[in-house]
Design a binder for this molecule. Sequence first.
Ligand code: UDX
Length: 434
Amino acid sequence: MKITMIGSGYVGLVSGACFADFGHDVICVDSDESKIARLKRGEIPIYEPGLDELVANNVKQNRLSFTTDLAPAVKGADAVFIAVGTPSRRGDGHADLSYVYAAAKTIAGALEGFTVVVNKSTVPVGTGDEVERIIREANPKADFAVVSNPEFLREGAAIEDFKRPDRVVIGVEEPRAREVMEEIYRPLSLNAPPLVFVGRRTSELTKYAANAFLATKITFINEIADLCEKVGADVQEVARGIGLDKRIGGKFLHAGPGYGGSCFPKDTLALIKTGQDEGSSLRIVETVVAVNDARKRAMARKIIVALGGSVRGKKIALLGLAFKPNTDDMRDAPSLAIVASLAGDGAQVHAYDPESMDQARPLMPEVTFHDDPYAALEGAEAVAIVTEWDAFRALDLDRVKSLLKQPIVVDLRNVYRPADLRKRGFTYISVGRK
Ligand code: UDX
């Protein structure tokens, strides 16, 4: 199949490279000239394990190429995927669809032969209808079908998630488009994930419902963690105890500083807006968003309380800034709120993250960055583990203790066992554990 991928961000680049690896002929388009120039030189603009090799291999096999020139890339394609950003519109939380609609308009004039236009971006219900209207209006003679095919990949595990998905959701309204989609995903049949064919609106809503449900699961266990601290229970044991029930499932029950990232925060807001617009409020999701926002600030409070109620003039070390490990992504990372609260209370914040410091620097000018975790700890009154990078799971604890002014560890990701750290003489504070 000849596939055009519009948008070479996270989803577009990973999907494009994986489709090429399936054996399809893929061209990735982006309007950002410097990004395309870097990709052509073999540089990957994002940090994603394994992506550099995957891109290089498929470029070498002539199955993957990059361009800024959209029209020729669309001509003769079997499927054109739209994988552009749908950020929160400033002020109201609605998804900003201007990039999606602009892509639709540009595609319209270049269509040649029957083409399936696939929305891979996360888009509110009804966007497929609007994309269809825009293309039809711009090119009444075009032979095309608009399909919804949301992406469920997680950053840091994107290639594995793409190639071994639990399911592929495809919203189609006509049989010709379904055949093309079946052909595109045929190479997945080795692992036999279900291809869930549904109506286009159902597919669009499924993506939001999945993300909102996962955000709810995390927020639920975070509130249970708070209660565990009050009553002397252990949240990890509670999570295991409920997660072994197959109806609940053990994943996404890891208590921490609140969810962040490029998807959950913006998608929960957009879903809330859709509910409000339709007069069908999603009160659970509204509460999840409010609880999660408050939680990030509460994590800074935890650090402040550990230091006796004030951090004025005190040096605090943070290990990890990205919203989760194996990514350099800082979007809606809990560290942003934690740094703002600590610095607001007069702390001197020092930090280290293995990958995200270039992204973090402009977002947190008050922070002093270090190239090594131990350098960040030197002379600090306390260290907080904010992101659970593997590198922080096996710190040299004797060295940590000797570098800190006070042996206080605030572990917001429950990386360590409380008994181990206490035995070594640390004051150890974690999430939802005694
Ligand atoms: C998420 C969805 O998982 C994915 O299906 C969708 O396509 C995009 O959004 P991603 O944002 O990459 O993926 O990361 P994910 O691993 O889901 O983590 C999201 C946030 O939740 C992170 O901040 C993470 O630290 C937090 N989280 C996750 C928890 O706090 N506890 C958990 O148990 C799981």
